[in-house]
Design a protein around this ligand. Structure first.
Ligand code: NAD
Length: 446
């Protein structure tokens, strides 16, 4: 628990009219606008860096993104018209290896968000000690409102316009919210056509027939659940007597729920973008997954009652897994959170102000840069398999993932205990130390 709370800010009075949420970090400053996720990462970084007493000039160098690219992409729509889409690629760091991070397809994507996600990738890859830096991409679009051929043209145009950035040794994208294996296949094909031969290692999260890794689809949820299991062990709790609540039922949420269920946890509350459901005796997860495949929502699932989605976060359960988007647990609802273990499947679901409140309440928060690092870990395995051209069995992938996650959880817990800080600050301390070590050896080419 930090002694001094740098996250506390004096709220400035403002007489300005409330403008529309702007897209840049600069515009967001000194306004009463929605929380800037990039400012959140900066605060997390500063709180951890303050405890490390490291060279200020190196800290200033590693804190900010290395390169932010904005492109406006013309895309031919099915009706013959052309539409413009704004897209981003941020390379936060390449100190420890190629920039690594997904591409988000979502109508609310902003440069601020992409910078934050790219930065978290740097720290995440360092926490699990894989040789990658951090990057992230985003395309402002609603992929559910595009036809498959429009989505393909948008993906290809993005890959082509940013092709100078990408490459297996420079910047390796992956799926994120709104994208998946098909988008990665188009991306890989576009890049490969430009260089004249197949380059599977330019993206991860591909289907296995194109060089994707077995176990990648489940990897993030599997990593989340390994962290929950280790956290429960730390608290002396038995999972088969625990209850859980999961926000978001996409890739991360549904797989986390399924694996928790397999370990005997009763998942009582679940939400998605359309609503939330509850069953005090435990929701039938396997059938819910089938239901969602058909109906595209959890709402209306038999043997559940529809509840206010806000209750999914504040439910009286042992385990809470936010697995949707950023800024879900804020100073407004943090006091109502009642779980014992909060494992962040999503990136950035908790604001720094909420973190302080959760810490005081004694909730064990397993931070995103550790809890959801299973995805990038298996992406790393995929990249390695692409480079050696030899593919591992699912058991082999899962065994290596298990080993990585347990080691990383223990590493972070050790720092947390040693410095008497939360697991989030400990994870940042560990990651910053690892990045600084590399930068010190390489030197700053200035
Ligand atoms: P996804 O698109 O598969 O699923 C997102 C889910 O969140 C959907 O069920 C959607 O309905 C739900 N959702 C959206 N807004 C919501 C809201 N306001 N309330 C409740 N539910 C809401 O995305 P995903 O891949 O599962 O990613 C989820 C989070 O996990 C994101 O923060 C992502 O960056 C992070 N993450 C994903 C991976 C990965 O491998 N997929 C890896 C690391 C981190």
């Amino acid at each position: 628990m930090p002694k001094k709370d740098p996250a506390q800010r004096v709220k400035k009075k403002t007489t300005e009219r409330k403008p529309r949420p702007p897209r840049s970090l600069v515009q967001r400053k000194n306004t009463s606008l929605p929380i800037s996720v990039f400012e959140n990462v900066m605060k997390q970084f500063d709180t951890a860096a303050e405890k490390l007493h490291l060279d200020k000039s190196i800290l200033n160098f590693i804190k900010v993104p290395r390169r932010c690219t904005i492109v406006n992409l013309p895309v031919k729509m099915d009706d013959g018209s052309h539409r413009m889409f704004t897209a981003y690629r941020v390379q936060h760091s390449i100190a420890r290896g190629p920039a690594k991070g997904g591409i988000r397809f979502h109508p609310d994507v902003t440069l601020d968000e992409v910078q934050a996600l790219a930065s978290w990738m740097t720290w995440k890859c360092a926490v699990v000690n894989i040789p990658f830096g951090g990057g992230k991409g985003g395309i402002v679009c609603d992929p559910f409102k595009l036809s498959p051929s429009e989505l393909e043209r948008l993906t290809r145009r993005y890959a082509a316009d940013c092709s100078d950035l990408f490459g297996p040794d420079s910047d390796v994208p992956a799926p994120d919210v709104g994208s998946g294996p098909q988008v990665m296949s188009w991306f890989m094909d576009t890049y490969s056509m430009r260089v004249g031969h197949s380059v599977p290692g330019v993206v991860t999260g591909k289907p296995p027939v194109l060089g994707g890794s077995r176990g990648r689809v489940e990897a993030t949820g599997r990593g989340v659940v390994i962290c929950v299991r280790e956290a429960a062990k730390h608290l002396g709790k038995h999972l088969d007597s625990c209850t859980a609540s999961v926000q978001g039922f996409g890739n991360v949420g549904s797989i986390s729920a399924r694996l928790l269920h397999e370990l005997g946890v009763k998942v009582t509350h679940i939400s998605d973008v359309h609503g939330a459901i509850h069953n005090p005796n435990g929701i039938d997860i396997l059938n819910l997954i089938k239901y969602v495949e058909a109906k595209k929502t959890i709402v209306g699932f038999p043997d559940t009652e529809k509840i206010d989605p806000a209750k999914v976060l504040t439910a009286k359960v042992d385990i809470l897994i936010p697995a949707a988007l950023e800024n879900q647990i804020t100073k407004k609802n943090a006091r109502q959170i009642k779980c014992k273990i909060l494992a962040e499947g999503a990136n950035g679901p908790t604001t720094p102000e909420a973190d302080v409140i959760l810490d005081k309440k004694g909730i064990l928060v397993v931070p995103d840069i550790l809890a959801n690092a299973g995805g990038v870990t298996v992406s790393y395995f995929e990249w390695v398999q692409n480079r050696i051209g030899y593919f591992w069995s699912e058991e082999e992938v899962n065994r290596r993932l298990e080993e990585k996650m347990v080691t990383s959880f223990d590493d972070v817990m050790r720092v947390a205990i040693k410095h008497d800080v939360s697991m989030r600050i400990a994870a940042f301390m560990l990651a910053i130390t690892r990045v600084v070590e590399v930068v010190q050896l390489r030197g700053i080419y200035a």
